[in-house]
Structures are given as structure tokens and as C-alpha cells.
Design a protein around this ligand. Structure first.
Ligand code: NMX
Ligand code: MLT
Length: 387
């Protein structure tokens, strides 16, 4: 092996069946995750980007640089032009069973979008899909939640403000549009190896299209250990039911003794408090300091890490992105936690689509990453014959 081809990782028997934990499999052009400082997009710490309009950050992830003011205007207008969804898609959504989870609806919505509007060009489909998922996600809240018919987008609103408008949430707090804007930016991307992103790129490596690849990603995000942790986390915060510290501590200790998981804490890569959680806690302290669920989430922030640290198996005892997001959404008027993972998906679609474009169009000098095909070592199958 030459010096130009350094060994990055030595694979040992003990690495098998660990979910590829820590094993390098490729390069990522959109974002990087540092165990200590968390995620950055294109080199910018996510907490700084949380100040920007969604469109600028979408541009950064897709084009690998922030837009100039003129480009930003043109890019936002381009996304608005692409945003219209065929009415047939809403009719199809309306026919879905209410018992289906909103994420199952979102997966169906992505497939319907693909069936009614794909071009086959990776970048075009990525842009169209990003532009159209706001209408799909908002329609899921409205149709499944019984809020009414989908609300058309407005030509004068920015991406996230338009989403808040299309939601038309009956109990919306004045801070909801601002919360949705930075929620969107914070959740867009998290390196190349998180489960939903990895899944989407793997599916796209077989040259399936952007829409079905994103639908597969969203199936990964649906799991309670991944994106659905935001829903589970709010349920957990509700169950704790108090911000009185001794009671919170007693609750958490009993939960762990019974073998339960403390939702919103821990991470496969991070080893410090997630900067995305920090931004959200600060917003909670500023706008919802008297909300009982936000207060419980803030108490958990203090109490849980030292308790989790007592278990040496737990690699990261600190809050992750989901620790307080549900409490904020609830305080801002989105009361039904069943829908929270759709908001995660609405955001993560951006980073996954950008990474799919990179792997299909740019990697390996434009040849693209070949079809994913890791090796599995056969286990417990001595040779046998039928006769
Ligand atoms: N509560 C209880 N046990 C935990 C927790 C926690 N918050 N975090 C880790 N552990 C356990 C974990 O289940 C594992 O136990 P076992 O060996 O018996 O299987 C052990 O500690 C070691 O796990 P780690 O290596 O620290 O973490 P891993 O990379 O396997 O998992 C998570 C990472 C995020 C799946 C895990 O920390 C977890 O289940 N957290 C709670 C759910 C959650 O908040 N998920 C959201 C993550 C963010 N996202 O968007 O995906
Ligand atoms: C996250 O946003 O924290 C993830 O998608 C989980 C991960 O990085 O593994």
C-alpha cells in the first residue's frame, strides 16, 4: 500500500455486527460531525447557520457555498417556482388511512411526488423534491389532523415562513414560524453516516431515483432510535411530569433500573452536548420559560448527564437534537407529537438529497459511487447437501 493510500481503520472481528460504528465508508461533501463540537455544514458551525433563512442553507448544502445576496434572491425564487404539487397528490394523501403514522404518510407523499413529477435528473429532482416537501408535510398535518384542506403557498413568503403559512396550525403561537425556520436549518444534515442518510445513498446507488431513495431514508428516520426519538422524547418529558429536581432524578433512576431509555440523550458520534440542543434550549429559556414541558426538559438537561455517566457503557450522556425540540413545538402550538418526525424529515430531506446528488454526480470524478455492496462474513452455515 502506498503512502498516498493511508490506512484509515483496521477492521477486526470485534467490529462485525456493530452497525458499521466508526468504520469509514466514504467521504461527505456537505457536513462534518465532530464528537466534541457537533455538526458543521460546509465548515460553518450549525449554531451560526441557525440564524440564516432556510434557502441560504439549502444553497450551501447543494452548491457547497453560501449564496451572494443576489444569488440568494434568485435561488429562493427558483425554489418557489418549483414548489407546486399536482392536486392529485393531495387526493391520494386524503385517501390514506388515518391509522397510518404521519411518517408513513410522508413516505407515501414522497412516492406520489415521484410518480407525478420526476425528471430523472439527480439535481433537478433534488431541487424539486426539496421545494415540494413543504406542501406535502403541511398537507399531512392538515388532512390527517382534520385541520382542513391544504393551504396553497404564497409568493411573498420565504421557505420556512411559507411552511408555517401552509400549516395553518389552529393553535399556533407567534413564535412558531421562527421556531420552524431554525428547526429546519438545525435538522437538515448530520454527516454521511446517520441511518437515514446512509439508507438514501445506498438505495440511490442502485440508480433508483431521488424520490424513492428519500422515501427509503424516511423509513429509516421513522425508527424511535433515530428521528422518531423526537416524538418519544416529548412523551417521556410528559411522563416525567415535573420540573422538581428530586422527583425528576427519582423518575430517571427508576426508568434506567427498569431497562428503559432516556430519550433525547446519547448519540452514536457526539461526545458533548449537541450544539443543536443548545440553540433550542436557549430559545426555550427565552420564549417559553414558564411552559411546564420546557421546564421539565430544562431540568432533565441538568439531571440526566451525571446519572448516565454512572454507566460506563453509555458513550455519551449528554442531550441530543431531540432533547427539547418536542417541548418547544408543543409550546409553540403543535401539540400532537405524532407529527414531529415529519418535521425532522421535512428538514433532513435537504441534506440527504444533497448527498445523493454528490454520490451520483460528483464523486469519483463524476463517475459516481458504485452500487453499495459491503461484505458479510457467513456465520453458522457448515456445508450441507440435500442428498
Ligand atoms: N438511555 C439509556 N441507555 C442508553 C442511552 C440512553 N439515552 N444511550 C445509550 N444507552 C445504552 C445503549 O442502549 C447501549 O446499551 P446496550 O449495550 O445494552 O445495547 C449502551 O448504552 C451503549 O450505547 P452507546 O454506544 O452509548 O450508543 P449507541 O451508539 O449504541 O446508540 C443512541 C446511540 C442515540 C441510539 C442511544 O444513545 C439512544 O438510544 N438514545 C436514546 C434515544 C434517542 O434519543 N435517539 C435520538 C438520537 C438522535 N437522532 O436523531 O438519531
Ligand atoms: C442526528 O441528527 O443526530 C442523526 O441523524 C443521528 C446520527 O448522526 O447518527
Amino acid at each position: 500500500m502506498s503512502n498516498d493510500d493511508p490506512v484509515l481503520f483496521e477492521i477486526r472481528q470485534s467490529h462485525l455486527n456493530t452497525g458499521l460504528r466508526g468504520i469509514p465508508v466514504g467521504t461527505c461533501r456537505t457536513s462534518a460531525v465532530s464528537p466534541e463540537s457537533g455538526v458543521s455544514y460546509g465548515g460553518y458551525p450549525v449554531a451560526e447557520l441557525a440564524e440564516l433563512p432556510s434557502e441560504d442553507v439549502i444553497h450551501l448544502l447543494l452548491m457547497k457555498r453560501l449564496p451572494t445576496p443576489l444569488e440568494a434572491k434568485a435561488f429562493a425564487a427558483d425554489l418557489r417556482r418549483r414548489a407546486s404539487v399536482p392536486p392529485k397528490v393531495f387526493e391520494l394523501l386524503a385517501a390514506l388511512p388515518r391509522e397510518g403514522h404521519p411518517m408513513e404518510w410522508f413516505i407515501a407523499g414522497l412516492l406520489y411526488l415521484g410518480m407525478t413529477g420526476k425528471t430523472g435528473d439527480w439535481m433537478e429532482d433534488a431541487l424539486n423534491c426539496i421545494a415540494r416537501t413543504s406542501a406535502i408535510a403541511a398537507a399531512i398535518f392538515r388532512i390527517r389532523g382534520g385541520w382542513g384542506d391544504p393551504i396553497p403557498p404564497r409568493a411573498d413568503l420565504a421557505y420556512a415562513a411559507n411552511f408555517a403559512h401552509m400549516l395553518g396550525a389552529p393553535e399556533a403561537h407567534a413564535q412558531l414560524p421562527e421556531l420552524l425556520r431554525f428547526f429546519h436549518v438545525l435538522h437538515m444534515d448530520h454527516g454521511g453516516g446517520n441511518l437515514s442518510t446512509f439508507t438514501g445513498k445506498a438505495v440511490a446507488s442502485g440508480h433508483a431515483d431521488v424520490y424513492v431513495s428519500l422515501a427509503a431514508s424516511m423509513a429509516s428516520l421513522y425508527g424511535p432510535l433515530h428521528g422518531r426519538a423526537n416524538q418519544e422524547c416529548l412523551r417521556f418529558v410528559k411522563e416525567v411530569g415535573t420540573s422538581e429536581k428530586p422527583k425528576v432524578e427519582a423518575y430517571v433512576r427508576k426508568l434506567l433500573a427498569d431497562g428503559g431509555k432516556v430519550f433525547g440523550f446519547g448519540h452514536a458520534v457526539l461526545r458533548k452536548e449537541d450544539p443543536r440542543a443548545k440553540v433550542q434550549y436557549a430559545f426555550g429559556e427565552k420564549h417559553f420559560a414558564n411552559d411546564p414541558l420546557v421546564r421539565t426538559a430544562l431540568a432533565l438537561r441538568e439531571i440526566v448527564p451525571p446519572i448516565l455517566m454512572e454507566n460506563p457503557k453509555i458513550s455519551n450522556p449528554y442531550p441530543n437534537v431531540d432533547a427539547v425540540s418536542g417541548s418547544l413545538l408543543h409550546a409553540a402550538g403543535l401539540k400532537d407529537d405524532n407529527y414531529y418526525t415529519v418535521l425532522f424529515g421535512w428538514s433532513r430531506v435537504v441534506g440527504i438529497a444533497a448527498q445523493i446528488v454528490d454520490e451520483r454526480v460528483h464523486m469519483r470524478d463524476g463517475k459516481g459511487v458504485p452500487i453499495y455492496r459491503p461484505r458479510y462474513v457467513a456465520e453458522g452455515q457448515p456445508e450441507k447437501h440435500l442428498s
